[in-house]
Write a protein that binds this ligand. Structure first.
Ligand code: AIR
Length: 154
C-alpha cells in the first residue's frame, strides 16, 4: 500500500511502521511516506483496521521491529491507541477527516487514558506526523552516540 514510488523495506527492517485503518486513507499515507522517503527513513506501510481485523493487527505488532508507529485512521479511530496498548515504542496518530470534520477521529486519538500515550497531530496532518518521527529518530541516534561516549569514560 502507499505508493510504488517508495521503497517499502518490510516490517523486519524498517525504522517506521505506517499503518492505515483503511485503503481509503491512502492519500494521507502517501504524504507520510513521501516525507519519510525525503529524509531517508525506511518504512513499512500496511492497511490493518483495529476494528475490522484485530487479530491480523495483533499478529503484525508481535512481529514488527520498527522503532516508531504512525497510525492513520478516521471515524472512531482506535488504531493508534490499540497499537500503543501493545508496544512501548512511540506511536503517532493521524486523525483523518471524512465525517464531522475529523473531530471524531481527533478526539478518539487524543483522548487516551493515562499510561497509554499517543502523540496526536492535526487532522490530515500527514507531513507533521512524518517530521515528528524523523525528529524522534534523530534524537534517538544522538542519544545513542552520546551514551556510548559517556559509557567509554567510566
Ligand atoms: N476505520 C477503519 N476501521 C476502523 C476505523 N476507524 C476508519 C478508516 C477510515 C474510515 O474508517 O481509518 O478512515 C472509513 O473506512 P472505509 O474502509 O469504510 O473507507
Amino acid at each position: 500500500m502507499c505508493n510504488d514510488r517508495y521503497i517499502d523495506v518490510g516490517f523486519f527492517m524498517a525504522d517506521v511502521a505506517v499503518i492505515l485503518g483503511s485503503a481509503s486513507d491512502n492519500e494521507i499515507a502517501d504524504r507520510v511516506c513521501s516525507v519519510l522517503a525525503e529524509h531517508g527513513v525506511s518504512f513499512d506501510c500496511k492497511v490493518l483496521s483495529a476494528h475490522r481485523e484485530p487479530e491480523k493487527l495483533d499478529a503484525y505488532l508481535q512481529e514488527c521491529t520498527c522503532s516508531i508507529y504512525i497510525a492513520i485512521a478516521g471515524l472512531s479511530a482506535a488504531l493508534p491507541g490499540v497499537i500503543a496498548s501493545r508496544t512501548d515504542r512511540p506511536v503517532i496518530g493521524v486523525p483523518v477527516s471524512g465525517t464531522l470534520l475529523g473531530i471524531d477521529a481527533l478526539l478518539s486519538i487524543a483522548q487516551m487514558p493515562r499510561g497509554v500515550p499517543v502523540a496526536t497531530v492535526g487532522v490530515d496532518a500527514a507531513e507533521n506526523a512524518a517530521l515528528l518521527a524523523v525528529r524522534i529518530l534523530a534524537l534517538a541516534a544522538q542519544i545513542g552516540k552520546s551514551s556510548s561516549i559517556s559509557g567509554s569514560m567510566h
